[in-house]
Write a protein that binds this ligand. Structure first.
Ligand SMILES: [Zn+2]
Length: 95
């Protein structure tokens, strides 16, 4: 799968602070933004990598802005954990 990684990302730092996590990965389009984890450690964590790759696939499936819109709507309705895109990403971790 074609993707880019950006380490020490500001947007991932904000998300980590918001979600009270030490390490964070955020996908926008084909780029994975990291905070608190190096690209090497991230790529060696196959479960985590598969999770974020599922989000890249979702961006591809729905298109950039439509996916952001759908994702935010899901989060408002169901929260972070039960957001259907997060449920699918957690299922992808097991594949
Ligand atoms: Zn996720």
């Amino acid at each position: 799968m074609d993707f880019k990684i950006k380490e020490q990302s500001f947007i991932a730092r904000i998300a980590a602070w918001k979600l009270k996590e030490r390490n964070m990965a955020i996908v926008l389009g084909k780029t994975i933004f990291l905070h608190g984890v190096s690209a090497d450690d991230f790529k060696n964590n196959s479960t985590w990598l598969k999770h974020e790759q599922e989000h890249i696939r979702q961006f591809k499936q729905y298109g950039f802005l439509p996916f952001i819109y759908k994702y935010l709507l899901e989060s408002l309705k169901n929260g972070y954990h039960n957001n259907k895109f997060e449920v699918a990403a957690r299922e992808a971790e097991q594949k």
